[in-house]
Write a protein that binds this ligand. Structure first.
Ligand SMILES: Cc1cc2nc3c(=O)[nH]c(=O)nc-3n(C[C@H](O)[C@H](O)[C@H](O)COP(=O)(O)OP(=O)(O)OC[C@H]3O[C@@H](n4cnc5c(N)ncnc54)[C@H](O)[C@@H]3O)c2cc1C
Ligand SMILES: NC(=O)c1ccc[n+]([C@@H]2O[C@H](COP(=O)([O-])OP(=O)(O)OC[C@H]3O[C@@H](n4cnc5c(N)ncnc54)[C@H](OP(=O)(O)O)[C@@H]3O)[C@@H](O)[C@H]2O)c1
Length: 445
């Protein structure tokens, strides 16, 4: 018996974690079937990384193509797994999969439950990011990017969304609303270079002066805070708009106000810094004020999809607290806290293990480690012959086009030709229908 036929593993999600996990499993000797919600592989490496980072994106694609080219790896795009999906986890078990690696990213939306979140003009960053990266169906959604836009948060996603509003939408003002101070921001200097030319330097001085007493109270130097924000200035990318970018530190959103269903104001509460367990926390002062804005975008991280069919606590799928197959001390095993037992054969990796954690390199390592945990689990089972053909037969019954790795090659060729024809660095279809037509799959199955 060929060792590559002994175990059949389903990988759910073809982002960096899933694809590097699939490669690891195939190299170890498993037969792997990757299911992906999106037509194209890549996850956030394709539909999150800022669109103008062509070289980086192409570098990732090259590695993903190598994985998909492996004979022991099948790819089925346009297939959603989960309780409300095309196939459930139970369906996968019935199809003969020995293990499932869930690497579906963090597709849930983390709302704070504030009044006014339903108003037009209030969005979560993930949806905006998917929109400007042209991931269907977000391409078809209407977004109201007004003259004055708030982005809540101080991570790299905040900076990416600011990048879009400053350079593409060229709005009048972008305000980053940050609950802690300038020394607690999370974005990297490199990312900030794309927008810092638009930063209102006078306003930054005023803002640092405003929050200086609270910073000093916790032993911080306000000038060090200013230096942290301005670290990107020496390599600032020249401005292409008159957008005014500014920060509101020590500020938390508390309510959105609107008129006729449209957002008109964001109400915020001022915070002070407080030291707790060695960390600097934001504590509300009760002082509230309002900002006149037409758009608020929450860039505060994501959570996993609660409807997927695995138990969720806080923002994460629950992991076995005492893993049978720990890798580097971490648990990759899905766990049911109601019965206090691991969910047999189901593993989580990448942003499905830890939502909004790290870069592509981190997801890659986590996917590989998750695959190692899966492999150790497989060694406890009786080897048997894998029958991936049954999977394709089942997918044919779904009544929708299913995209294979050969189809992806066709799509890439059509998009590359289109880019050349239009004189663009890159071209991508904005709807699933156009992609399916390009692959001649609309009448298929
Ligand atoms: C806006 C933004 C910009 C970023 N920019 C960078 C950057 O410049 N450089 C960098 O290194 N990192 C960047 N990152 C981080 C990087 O994208 C992530 O670390 C990485 O993509 C996470 O990988 P993942 O495989 O865990 O999840 P994801 O990349 O989210 O992949 C999840 C995959 O699962 C699929 N899926 C979801 N649900 C289902 C389901 N139910 N059934 C089947 N398939 C499903 C999705 O279609 C997707 O393909 C960025 C992240 C964001 C949010
Ligand atoms: N270009 C790139 O390289 C790139 C681009 C995008 C994303 N990424 C990566 O993707 C990962 C996720 O990025 P991210 O920006 O989503 O996460 P992040 O770096 O964790 O930033 C989240 C921000 O939201 C704030 N926040 C969280 N909960 C909040 C609340 N209840 N109220 C107000 N503010 C709140 C956090 O503030 P506190 O610090 O106070 O908690 C923090 O400033 C990171 O690893 C990031 O580096 C990389």
């Amino acid at each position: 018996m060929n060792s590559s036929n002994r175990f059949l593993v389903a990988v759910v999600g073809a982002g960096p974690a899933g694809l590097f996990g699939a490669r690891e499993l195939a190299n170890l000797g498993a037969r792997v079937v990757v299911f992906n919600r999106d037509i194209k592989p890549g996850g956030l490496a394709e539909y999150g990384v800022y669109p103008s980072k062509h070289t980086m994106k192409e570098g990732f694609r090259k590695q993903f193509r190598q994985t998909l080219a492996l004979p022991g790896v099948d790819y089925y795009g346009n297939v959603v797994i989960g309780s409300h999906g095309d196939l459930t986890l139970d369906d996968l078990r019935k199809l003969g999969f020995d293990a499932v690696l869930v690497s579906a990213g963090a597709q849930g939306t983390k709302w704070l439950g504030l009044p006014g979140e339903e108003l037009e003009g209030v969005y979560h960053a993930k949806d905006v990011v998917y929109f400007y990266n042209q991931l269907p169906p977000f391409t078809q959604k209407h977004f109201r990017f007004g003259r004055r836009c708030v982005i809540v948060g101080a991570g790299n996603v905040m900076v990416d969304v600011a990048h879009f509003l400053v350079r593409e939408r060229k709005v009048e003002e972008v305000i980053a609303v940050v609950r802690r101070g300038p020394l607690e921001v999370n974005f990297t200097v490199k990312e900030m270079e794309a927008v810092i030319a638009n930063l209102d330097l006078e306003q930054l001085d005023a803002e640092i002066a405003r929050v200086a007493p609270s910073m000093r109270d916790v032993g911080q130097d306000p000038q060090a805070g200013k230096a942290r924000i301005l670290a990107a200035l020496p390599k600032a990318v020249p401005a292409t708009s008159n957008t005014r970018l500014r920060f509101e530190f020590l500020t938390s959103p508390v309510q959105m106000h609107g008129s006729g269903g449209m957002l008109t104001q964001l109400e915020v509460e001022d915070n002070v810094l407080a030291l707790k367990d060695g960390d600097t926390k934001a504590r509300g002062t009760g002082n509230r004020r309002r900002l006149d804005v037409e758009t608020v975008i929450f860039a505060i991280g994501d959570k996993v999809d609660e409807a997927f069919g695995l138990p969720v606590e806080a923002s994460e799928f629950v992991k076995n607290p005492q893993p049978r197959f720990p890798i580097e001390g971490l648990s990759y095993e899905a766990f049911d806290p109601k019965v206090g037992k691991p969910i047999q054969g189901v593993f989580v990796g990448g942003w499905s293990r830890k939502a909004s954690e790290g870069l592509v390199g981190y997801a890659r390592k986590d996917g590989i480690n998750a695959a190692k945990a899966v492999w150790e689990y497989l060694q406890t089972l009786h080897p048997r012959n894998a029958h991936p053909e049954a999977v394709f037969a089942r997918l044919k019954d779904l009544g929708k086009p299913v995209v294979t790795k050969t189809d992806i090659q066709k799509l890439e060729a059509v998009e590359a030709a289109e880019a050349m024809k239009r004189g663009l660095e890159e071209f991508r279809f904005g709807t699933n229908e156009e992609m399916l037509q390009a692959m001649k799959l609309l009448q298929a199955v």
